[in-house]
Design a protein around this ligand. Structure first.
Ligand SMILES: Nc1ncnc2c1ncn2[C@@H]1O[C@H](COP(=O)(O)OP(=O)(O)OP(=O)(O)O)[C@@H](O)[C@H]1O
Ligand SMILES: [Mg+2]
Length: 217
């Protein structure tokens, strides 16, 4: 049982389109709840009323609707509202927070794939989140072709602005996530999300949480 007087742990799931982030976030929340851990499942962009309104601006419309710097500013505006209204209050209550996308998506999408200098993004991220950083990040890795095929199958296309940015963009996103994971081995665990079935990925994610954050399997 998590100690309600202690700050909760903060876990993020990252990866390209259709990597299985939302699926695995749900599995992980259920796995933690079954072990007596009170947790909150949330997502970016979004997770608070203001941030959900900004999400609509970001995920709908033409792929070129925003340039990458504007996009990064909108992402971090949404992030700060989400952090202040949802994430920090939950962590302070002792809840564990599972967030579907967070700061690494900004670095991968607007940085590695979008061309915004990483130092610019780091400054925006620092302003948005200060010292509230993930304790553990699961990077779900798969070929962009596989992920895009999965999302196109399951979506009605209303939130498809990023999906429509093209394969070269998504290949750069994947490469970006792998670089981030390699540079942050203390925080990140990379999981093969392209070939394994959902249940085995859930076991790998649970094993990483168990090992890194000390939850008994
Ligand atoms: N391991 C898997 N193998 C095959 N299909 C999967 C696997 N995991 C999830 N899926 C399916 O792939 C689709 C995308 O999964 P999901 O929505 O969880 O991905 P996501 O990373 O959240 O995508 P997005 O970036 O669009 O939010 C869903 O239809 C889901 O059922
Ligand atoms: Mg999702």
């Amino acid at each position: 049982m998590a100690d309600a007087t202690a700050r909760g742990r903060f876990i993020t799931l990252e990866g390209g389109e259709g990597a299985g982030k939302s699926t695995q976030a749900r599995h992980l929340a259920a796995w933690l709840k079954a072990r007596g851990v009170d947790c909150l499942l949330t997502r970016e962009p979004g997770g608070s009323p203001g941030a959900e309104a900004i999400r609509t601006l970001l995920v709908t419309g033409e792929p070129g609707r925003w340039d990458a710097v504007t996009e990064a500013m909108l992402m971090n505006a949404a992030r700060r509202d989400h952090l202040i209204r949802t994430i920090r209050p939950a962590l302070a209550k002792g809840q564990w927070v599972i967030c579907d996308r967070f700061i690494d998506s900004t670095l991968a999408y607007q940085g590695y794939a979008g061309g915004v200098p990483l130092a610019t993004l780091e400054a925006l991220i620092e302003a948005a989140v200060e010292d509230t950083r993930p304790d553990l990040t699961l990077v779900l890795d798969l070929a962009p072709e596989t992920g895009l095929a999965r999302t196109l199958r399951g979506s009605d296309g209303t939130e498809a602005r990023f999906e429509r940015k093209g394969l070269a963009f998504h290949a750069a996103v994947r490469d970006g996530f792998l670089r981030i994971a390699t540079a942050n081995l203390d925080r990140c665990v990379t999981v093969d999300a392209g070939t394994l079935p959902e249940g085995l990925i859930a076991r790998a994610v649970a094993a990483a949480v168990s090992e890194r954050l000390g939850v008994s399997a």
